[in-house]
Design a protein around this ligand. Structure first.
Ligand code: TYD
Length: 132
């Protein structure tokens, strides 16, 4: 599977806008876990790993950041700054999240429970695994 930018529904309202995500209509996986990344100091880079099995959707709920994915062959770059845009991240994608704006909030919807063994943290190992 390839990464994809998913446009989430949005209800524009003079009282404020509303967006949502549902597993059956917008996601190719069942939701197991939600986590978020916040209070990232300027210049920090998160990620630097891939998941063997986990698939995710990443949304910039607030602020902005860049998500750089690599499938072992090419980069896929996304500048996220809309709370109604999510990036579907298939498994076996190296990820880097960078250029966080002040007060940015990344929310990640995940297909699995946390499992340290699902991480590939060595880029050379990742490259080898993607060439199989
Ligand atoms: P990590 O996935 O390395 O963060 P990032 O990819 O954003 O740089 O996670 C950082 C730490 O948080 C790591 O020690 C494991 C822990 N963690 C959990 O305990 N549960 C979770 O659901 C996640 C995502 C991380």
């Amino acid at each position: 599977m390839k990464p994809a930018l998913i446009e989430l529904p949005k209800y524009l309202d003079i009282r404020g806008n509303l967006s949502f995500v549902e597993e059956d209509t917008q996601l190719p996986f069942k939701i197991k876990r939600v986590y978020w990344i916040y209070d990232v100091p300027g210049g920090e880079i998160r990620g630097g790993h891939a998941f063997r099995k986990t698939q995710e959707l990443m949304i910039a709920l607030s602020g902005s950041f860049d998500l750089v994915l690599n499938d072992g062959r090419q980069d896929y770059k996304y500048s996220l700054n809309r709370s109604y845009h999510g990036v579907f991240i298939p498994n076996m994608m190296w990820r880097k999240i960078e250029n966080f704006s002040t007060n940015s909030l990344a929310v990640i919807i995940s297909s699995t429970d946390y499992d340290a063994n699902d991480y590939v943290r060595d880029f050379n190992e990742f490259k080898k695994l993607t060439q199989c």
